[in-house]
Design a protein around this ligand. Structure first.
Ligand SMILES: Nc1ncnc2c1ncn2[C@@H]1O[C@H](COP(=O)(O)OP(=O)(O)OP(=O)(O)O)[C@@H](O)[C@H]1O
Ligand SMILES: [Mg+2]
Length: 255
């Protein structure tokens, strides 16, 4: 693949998402625990990367650093043309609103707002104009076009996660980050969400980072990165569910 293939119109190196030499520890000097050690990561445009690893291997910590929710000890993180490690709280909040879209296991929708207002909330918070047509189009893309006037409680779990997904896309972010987004869904709803993640990358030119414990979900990604004890353990490209499961088994077995 050539360097600029797949870049969205008008995008350039400012749109790189890169992590280099990232380390993150918790605790005071004597009891310091390194959750991440010297992590490098480059997320290309139009790419779909899954991150896997045992519980406690540092997956969520890495996403939290990317979102500016945790401050790394060392290293740099570039998103949207900025090294976010040097930003203050207000700038980080703005970065999260404008440059990244987030989907968690819990949908975190606002119960008192309609589906349409939940989807457009990031635009409202950023003080940006709300394009009702775009909100409707996004809702249709994720398959909840008929529910725009309903409240979250009137939707199934799978539908609520799709609304959360549309909300993550509404600002046209540089990066979509998903931490166990299918963790609370049944197989059919998981498949819908994974298909959507795949298609926003392939069809809309987004880039996605998915943390999952499920080899079946990770197999939808272009590459799978494995973390162990806060360090990269290995990587697979275009792997099947079986190959991913086998690597996870190896990772758990080796001392
Ligand atoms: N705020 C914190 N204070 C102290 N230790 C923390 C904190 N956050 C995470 N850790 C530790 O860092 C390590 C990595 O945690 P992290 O949540 O990133 O793991 P994970 O790979 O996401 O695990 P899981 O698959 O269970 O979600 C764990 O040992 C955890 O206990
Ligand atoms: Mg986690």
């Amino acid at each position: 693949m050539t360097k600029n293939q797949g870049e969205r119109p008008g995008s350039h190196d400012d749109h790189a998402v890169t992590v280099s030499g990232l380390s993150k520890s918790f605790g005071a000097e004597a009891t310091r625990f390194w959750a991440l050690t010297n992590i490098d990561l480059s997320v290309a445009p139009r790419s779909f990367t899954a991150i896997m690893g045992p519980s406690g291997s540092g997956k969520t910590t890495l996403l939290n650093c990317l979102l500016g929710l945790e401050k790394p000890d060392t290293g740099s993180i570039r998103i949207g043309g900025m090294d976010i490690t040097g930003l203050g709280e207000a700038q980080l909040a703005e970065m999260r609103r404008s440059h990244v879209g987030v989907v968690f296991q819990s949908y975190n929708l606002i119960p008192s707002l309609t589906v349409a207002d939940n989807i457009s909330l990031p635009l409202r918070l950023a003080g940006r104009r709300i394009d009702r047509g775009r909100v409707r189009d996004l809702a249709e893309t994720v398959g909840v076009g008929a529910t725009l006037d309903r409240r979250p409680a009137q939707l199934s779990g799978g539908q609520q996660q799709r609304v959360a997904f549309a909300r993550a896309l509404v600002t046209d972010p540089e990066l979509i980050v998903a931490d166990e987004p299918t963790g609370a869904l049944d197989t059919a709803s998981s498949d819908v969400l994974l298909g959507l993640l795949r298609s926003i990358v392939t069809d809309l030119g987004q880039r996605a980072l998915l943390v999952t414990h499920d080899p079946r979900a990770a197999a939808v990604a272009d590459r799978v990165l494995f973390l162990r004890d806060g360090r990269w353990y290995g990587e697979l490209r275009g792997a099947t569910e079986g190959q991913i499961a086998a690597t996870l088994t190896d990772l758990g077995r080796q001392p």
